[in-house]
Design a protein around this ligand. Structure first.
Ligand SMILES: C[C@H](O)[C@H](O)[C@H]1CNC2=NC(N)=NC(=O)C2=N1
Length: 114
């Protein structure tokens, strides 16, 4: 299987197919640091990233924001001193789509991109 981060995102559509439980179980193995969770009935992927200070947390936030803008698929980002919480889900589709796993993998790549 092509590495998740290298795969292309599809257009965000309301009728986009959400991942099945089986697909979730397979895909989550490729991004083991992320936690699937349900908020208000919506499946999401979440990871907390730790940093030495606010400046590094903000720089990481901006890198994630830049890749989101590139593909037109956006996370929820909570940026705090030394910590960034990133949450991915497909807003219009109302849950987890393959795009969210691709973007979670690409988010992990932003850790090394100084
Ligand atoms: C108009 C705009 O392209 C859409 O609202 C996009 C923007 N970014 C998005 N991001 C996410 N995560 N889900 C969406 O459904 C979504 N839709």
């Amino acid at each position: 299987m092509t590495e998740l981060a290298a795969q292309a995102c599809e257009a965000c559509r309301a009728d986009a197919p959400l991942v099945s439980d089986g697909e979730l179980a397979t895909l989550i193995r490729e991004i083991p640091d992320w936690t699937p969770m349900t908020r208000d009935g919506v499946m999401q992927l979440e990871r907390v990233f730790k940093f030495r200070n606010f400046k590094q947390a903000l720089a990481f936030t901006n890198r994630v924001g830049a890749i989101a803008e590139e593909v037109g698929h956006h996370p929820a980002l909570l940026t705090e001193w030394g910590k960034v919480t990133v949450t991915w889900w497909s807003h219009e589709a109302g849950g987890l789509h393959k795009n969210d796993f691709i973007m979670a993998a690409r988010t992990d790549q932003q850790l090394d991109a100084e």
